[in-house]
Design a protein around this ligand. Structure first.
Ligand code: CMC
Length: 440
């Protein structure tokens, strides 16, 4: 049954085109912007709406994550992310995101066991890895192997079966860390390390990445907590590019493993999840505080493609709350690993200070985002920059599966099919307008 949305009582919207007036229903939200319903506009008026980058478009109704970009607030299912980062752990947060409320003790214990049961990968996936070049980017392996899961776990592909849907989400979350660690081991030429189910999710990931046959990795509680906080803070972020990709792929009825692989691909780009790698590489390129001014000028120069990586956000027009938490975690981790005066952290803090005082950044409301400090933490834990986006992807499997589940269970859901403003040629006869350029 289709549940009716709550129409706003006092507000009305009308759109006038050529003396004809169209009424647009307005729906109330529980927090944040209300929406204008334009779903019937084309049918009634023969006009499309135009919104490149979807800056003004709510593509779905969701109860999962709320962001107030002006105030710098991020909540999962109504809980402030800062509170979850201190009081919860990643596995509990995945449960919260998927099922909608915090689990009780018995539910959580059962769920932890179910996730732990799925950490192993089918043994043939090891052969699958051998097909990648040794120098392949770990994200290339992540996209490929995530998609390949649909060929190994054919008993959880039926999206119309709620049990299979749940089994698929658990498999994706549990196996993401194992795949990520395998991608890392493969890229450095070491043998894969099996998961250990007596460890928690973050500890297990560190174990699979840093243990090897000659030496057992001693898991530091400080680094494991930092890893866990990074997973929590990256777990979901409303309808961002990769989540919208997962929803769009899923809207056609594609299987969950294929949809999540599509999300991983979208996350890889430097404007999205790839920014953490790009931010650390940028700090290394700047190299010294004396070069900051030069790079700030480059970032402001319209003719220059350079952007301050780890700065700015489509939604946050204030300090990203995740960056605030990670700045503190960063100091703790560096202290723990004995880096007293990390020149890169010093550079990052100075760059942030100078940018936040600069009129260009102030006027455009560009603040540090989640990627500004996460790279410094991950590097201190021992990860190379190519692994940063993989870690983001592992965490985001929580949000992607929660959003995919919500979409699949939404009675209103139908295939996503945007339209366009066509500005190409019409009515050509074959042979007319043949190209004379020799550049293709
Ligand atoms: N450095 C310099 N100028 C910037 C930056 C930046 N980092 N970010 C935005 N601007 C400028 C941009 O050039 C534009 O200027 P103008 O109005 O003169 O054309 C204005 O600010 C608005 O930016 P926009 O690109 O229209 O904003 P957007 O919402 O389309 O893009 C963004 C958001 C995150 C893609 C962009 O800020 C960016 O490229 N930042 C650097 C990459 C980055 O850190 N990405 C991680 C995002 S957080 C993690 C995640 O959720 O994936």
């Amino acid at each position: 049954m289709v549940k009716k949305k709550k129409k706003s009582q006092n507000l009305k919207a009308e759109l006038k085109i050529n003396n004809k007036t169209y009424s647009l229903p307005i729906y109330d939200s529980t927090a944040g912007e209300k929406v204008l319903d334009i779903s019937k506009l084309h049918q009634e008026s023969n006009y499309f709406t135009y919104d490149p980058g979807f800056s003004s478009t709510a593509s779905c109704e969701s109860k999962i994550t709320f962001i107030d970009g002006n105030k710098g607030i991020l909540k999962y299912r109504g809980y402030d992310v800062a509170e979850l980062a201190t009081k919860s752990d990643f596995i509990e947060v995945t449960n919260l995101l998927i099922y909608g409320d915090l689990p009780n003790k018995a539910q959580l214990n059962k769920y932890r066991k179910l996730i732990a049961r799925h950490t192993l990968l089918h043994d043939q996936i090891v052969n699958f890895f051998q097909g990648f070049r040794r120098d392949a980017h770990p994200m290339a392996m992540m996209v490929g192997v995530m998609g390949a899961l649909s060929s190994f776990y054919q008993d959880s592909l039926d999206i119309n079966d709620p049990h299979q849907r749940q089994e698929a989400t658990r498999r994706i979350i549990a196996k993401a860390a194992t795949i990520g660690a395998m991608a890392y081991k493969y890229s450095i030429g070491q043998a894969f390390v099996s998961p250990k189910n007596n460890l928690n999710y973050a500890e297990n990931f560190l174990h699979m990445c840093f243990s090897h046959s000659a030496e057992k990795y001693k898991i530091s509680p400080v680094l494991a907590k930092a890893m866990d906080v990074i997973f929590i803070l990256h777990a979901d972020h409303e309808q961002n590019a990769s989540t919208s990709t997962v929803r769009l792929a899923g809207s056609s009825g594609a299987n969950p493993f294929a949809c999540i692989a599509a999300g991983v691909a979208s996350l890889w780009g430097p404007a999205h999840g790839g920014a953490n790698q790009a931010a650390l590489e940028m700090l290394e390129e700047i190299g010294d505080t004396k070069n900051i001014k030069k790079y700030i000028s480059k970032a402001k120069d319209k003719e220059d493609k350079f952007k301050l990586m780890g700065f700015g956000h489509r939604v946050y027009k204030n300090y990203d709350p995740r960056a605030k938490i990670l700045k503190q975690v960063c100091s703790k981790v560096l202290k723990h690993v004995g880096i007293k005066n990390d020149p890169i952290l010093k550079l990052a803090i100075e760059l942030e200070k100078i940018a936040l005082k600069d009129n260009y950044f102030k006027e455009k409301k560009l603040y540090p985002n989640v990627d500004f400090y996460s790279g410094i933490i991950l590097r201190a834990i021992g990860f190379p920059p190519e692994m940063f986006t993989v870690i983001f992807a592992i965490a985001r499997t929580a949000g992607w599966t929660a959003q995919w589940t919500e979409m699949t269970e939404d009675p209103i859901q139908k295939i996503g099919r945007p339209r366009q403003l066509y500005t190409g040629k019409v009515k050509l006869k074959y042979g007319q307008n043949r190209s004379t350029k020799n550049t293709r």
